[in-house]
Design a protein around this ligand. Structure first.
Ligand SMILES: Nc1nc2c(c(=O)[nH]1)N[C@H]1C(S)=C(S)[C@@H](COP(=O)(O)OP(=O)(O)OC[C@H]3O[C@@H](n4cnc5c(=O)[nH]c(N)nc54)[C@H](O)[C@@H]3O)O[C@H]1N2
Ligand SMILES: Nc1nc2c(c(=O)[nH]1)N[C@H]1C(S)=C(S)[C@@H](COP(=O)(O)OP(=O)(O)OC[C@H]3O[C@@H](n4cnc5c(=O)[nH]c(N)nc54)[C@H](O)[C@@H]3O)O[C@H]1N2
Ligand code: SF4
Ligand SMILES: [Mo]
Length: 758
């Protein structure tokens, strides 16, 4: 059989695409249950092998978790998990996990540990944090955690303690597209990929940087509905491979294409004038600015042919509004991500695809949904609040500049911890409490992080492994993995409201605890117990559902409960169904939509294509503009990174099943570049620049631009405690300079490097 692109993608959805999707393999399913004796049950829960948090069903035989599949009730996730989700039990039973609190007994980073009891761990942490608070004020301690299901408990402790210095991973990942959406649309939007007829993608590698619902959505659009996908990406990623068109764009120049698309949409009169008139502020200023951004201008900077940009713009406009320009996920390609992500939103806004099928939409949680439905279709959840939390007066270490004021609620500028510790800028930081975060590998400038860790007075890490960052802590608190934890009900609403819940799948292994309990018990020791009045997780769950035990049990039993039908305020076909399902629904406008009800949480209540507020925050940025960025010296190569389907960031390198699949990251080099350096595939190489130097090996491939090299991120851990990962591959963070981008505070994951054969 001849395998063309489409049949391959089709095959992939059936679970045959190698390692990408792990549905229950046919051969095991065929064995049926008959071979497995003893007790057996299926528990509905939530995956946490990455922050997508897909709904799962975990099979437990004789108390042991033997397999994990997707929860079939959650249709958008396709009832499947990815390779990492299928490897959850390998992490759970890994004998290199930490299962007892650890105290450092050597120098920081030396790798000498003593196992201690929880009581001792809590009292050391409480004593040190209270000492720092008393001597230097609570603001002298930073709290950082990857945002996640239990991070609210962690940040609750930081608030009770009184520090304003709380950070998520935002400035290393999504903040730029979130801040840009806030500035223009008043908040985050989602993409309706599965109904899109035409998708323009700037390096959003959904077939490796997996988000099950979106990855499935993209696959459905491509293979079932014949959608066209155009990818701009410096290397031949999997999504580039599955695209109808791939352009090997020069790193960091995507904005020229995005602006040139806007130019063509406006100059060729293709944009949705009625939409712009009704919903958009600042169009004229923007139109005036993009006059100069012709496809020919773009081509000279980004290497994408002008005639293709013109044709693609026309094709996109013809498919609109059921078409979108994807705003991406990891937004750390350049220091001008704010402009890029705004230019991408602009290309969507001009085509009026907001709240349309195949375009962009806002999530509809229970409260909003019920208002439109005119009935209490979905239950709303209560949020436990604690009265009299301490007032925090101190300024954040990253908030010395007005231009970052849209960032704070999105997680702050994580890397300012380095400046505050090493340079007392804007004041001296002395302690760092880390939870589920591995900045040594996932921030930039590893050498500076090491200095920071060595200088700090006190460091705590809560992790499931001795990560490279935990390796520098004074105390490590071992969290139970997600398969051993009960958690609160989570809101996972999309076009309609949906809830799900994490439930313990197996008994806890060793002496670990869920972090909600760790922070509560630590608070008790710190004499902050009054701020944690709930007794246990069940108290919290019951509070959330307003003591509706039936509801809680239903969510636990089914693992995924959704309400109503999709709601998109400007899509007549969707609204037809909506009003027929809900007899008390708000009356539709004359055009059969809720278009008159759509407003935006911006100062003007409209979409701000150009924004006086942004101008005020950062002079000269009110209107979206091209700003040249230099990311490398003339004699260097661009160094870029990306995700691999079988690992999550730098967090799974030691998980046995996944380490077996891949434990090293070869450096991709174009044959012409490799030839000039006399390098062949497999050769040992040095990759270096002013920031650092790494050794690795080469993969010579035409699937990358000659001026660019690439490595999958997350390898090259330098701590010996991660035995399966240690010293294997290139440590990307060691080659990336310390940068704080304007407005978004992003750090930068592109750098200039040189390569030499060893
Ligand atoms: N060079 C480079 N750096 C990057 C990127 C890049 O492409 N290149 N990508 C960036 C992106 S997009 C992101 S999101 C960040 C992510 O960076 P991080 O937020 O640091 O995330 P992870 O690498 O996933 O690792 C987080 C830590 O959580 C631990 N962990 C896993 N499960 C649990 C748990 O249940 N409880 C606890 N307490 N700990 C747990 C893991 O052992 C690991 O040490 O990295 C960024 N950094
Ligand atoms: N399997 C797997 N899935 C994941 C994750 C994971 O670690 N593993 N992590 C999750 C997380 S935290 C995130 S943020 C998402 C990330 O999802 P994506 O944003 O898709 O992540 P990346 O793979 O980091 O980057 C995408 C692509 O950008 C390309 N690139 C680099 N520089 C440029 C540039 O200047 N222009 C263009 N056009 N492309 C460029 C890279 O080659 C890479 O293929 O994935 C999520 N899903
Ligand atoms: S995308 Fe994969 S690893 Fe991430 S939550 Fe879903 S199944 Fe788990
Ligand atoms: Mo991310």
């Amino acid at each position: 059989m001849k395998l063309d692109r489409r049949t391959f993608i089709k095959g992939a959805s059936a679970g045959t695409a190698g390692c990408v999707f792990a549905t229950l393999p046919g051969s095991i399913a065929a064995l049926g249950n008959s071979l497995i004796k003893g007790s057996e049950q299926s528990v509905a829960s939530i995956c946490e092998m990455c922050s997508t948090r897909c709904p799962i069903t975990a099979r437990v035989v004789n108390g042991k978790n033997v397999s994990i599949i997707g929860n079939p009730k959650a249709k958008a996730f396709g009832g499947a998990v990815c390779a990492r989700g299928g490897a959850g039990h390998s992490q759970l039973y890994d004998n290199q996990r930490i299962v007892k609190p650890l105290k450092r007994v050597g120098e920081r980073g030396e790798g000498k540990w003593a196992e201690i009891e929880w009581d001792e761990a809590y009292s050391i942490v409480a004593e040190n944090l209270n000492r720092l608070k008393k001597q230097y004020g609570p603001e002298s301690v930073a709290f950082s955690s990857k945002s996640g299901s239990l991070s609210s408990h962690f940040f609750h402790l930081s608030k009770a303690y009184g520090t304003p210095n709380t950070f998520t991973h935002a400035s290393t990942c999504p903040a730029a597209y979130i801040v840009a959406a806030k500035a223009m649309l008043g908040g985050r939007v989602r993409r309706d990929l599965s109904h899109s007829k035409y998708v323009i993608n700037f390096g959003h590698n959904l077939y490796e940087g997996i988000n099950m619902a979106e990855t499935r959505g993209m696959m459905e659009a491509q293979m079932d509905k014949g959608a066209k996908l155009v990818v701009f990406e410096p290397r031949f990623s999997i999504v580039a491979d599955k695209a109808d068109e791939w352009y090997a764009i020069k790193p960091g120049t995507d904005i020229t294409v995005a602006l040139a698309i806007c130019h063509v949409l406006i100059e060729d009169n293709l944009y949705d004038k009625a939409f712009v008139a009704q919903y958009v502020e600042g169009f004229d200023e923007f139109a005036n600015e993009v006059k100069a951004y012709t496809p020919e201008w773009a081509e000279a900077i980004c290497d994408v042919p002008a005639e293709d940009i013109r044709r693609i713009s026309h094709e996109y406009a013809a498919a609109a509004p059921h078409a979108l320009v994807d705003f991406g996920h990891r937004a750390t390609f350049t220091t001008e991500e704010f402009e890029l992500r705004r230019a991408i939103y602009a290309a969507n806004i001009l085509m009026g695809n907001i709240e349309r099928k195949g375009g962009l939409f806002f999530a509809k949680k229970a409260g909003a949904y019920n208002k439109f439905a005119g009935d209490k279709v979905a239950p709303t959840l209560q949020k436990p609040g604690v009265k009299n939390m301490p007032k925090i007066d101190a300024k954040r270490i990253d908030m010395v500049d007005e231009q970052y004021s849209m960032l704070w609620s999105s997680g702050g500028i994580y890397q300012t911890i380095l400046d505050a510790t090493l340079d007392a800028h804007p004041y001296q930081l002395r302690g760092w409490v880390m939870n589920r975060t591995n900045p040594m590998q996932t921030m930039t400038d590893r050498a500076r992080i090491e200095q920071t860790m060595k200088k700090l007075d006190f460091i705590v890490s809560c992790d499931i492994y001795i990560s490279e960052s935990a390796a520098y802590a004074d105390i490590i608190l071992p969290e139970s993995t997600y398969l051993e934890r009960d958690e609160e009900v989570s809101d996972k609403s999309g076009k309609n409201p949906a809830y799900y819940i994490r439930q313990r799948v197996v008994e806890t292994i060793g002496d670990t605890k869920p972090s909600w309990l760790i922070w509560k018990e630590l608070a008790d020791q710190m004499e902050l117990g009054e701020y944690f009045p709930w007794e246990n997780m069940q108290t919290l769950q019951l509070f959330q559902v307003n003591k509706d035990l039936d509801l809680l049990n239903k969510i636990k039993r089914e693992g995924w409960v959704s309400y109503g039908t999709p709601l998109m305020l400007r899509e007549p076909s969707v609204l037809n169904t909506f009003v027929s399902e809900h007899p008390n629904a708000k009356p539709l406008d004359d055009d059969g939509t809720y278009a008159s009800q759509l407003s935006f949480k911006t100062p003007s209540g409209k979409i701000e294509l150009s924004s006086p507020k942004v101008e005020q925050m950062s002079a000269g940025r009110g209107v979206i503009k091209y700003r040249e960025v230099k990311m490398k010296k003339a004699d260097e190569l661009f160094f870029i990174q990306g995700k691999v389907a079988v690992h999550t960031n730098a967090g799974t390198q030691n998980v046995p099943m996944l380490a077996n699949l891949m434990s090293d990251n070869a450096v991709w080099i174009h044959p012409v570049t490799a030839g000039a350096l006399n390098i062949a595939t497999g050769d040992k190489i040095r990759i270096f620049n002013d920031t650092g130097s790494e050794e690795g090996h080469a993969l010579v491939t035409p699937g990358i631009r000659p001026d660019t090299v690439f490595a999958y991120m997350g390898c090259g851990s330098k701590n010996k405690e991660l035995a399966r990962a240690s010293g294997k591959g290139v440590h990307c963070g060691n080659l990336l300079p310390h940068v704080i981008s304007p407005v978004t505070g992003m750090n930068l994951h592109t750098a200039g490097v040189k390569i030499a054969k060893l």
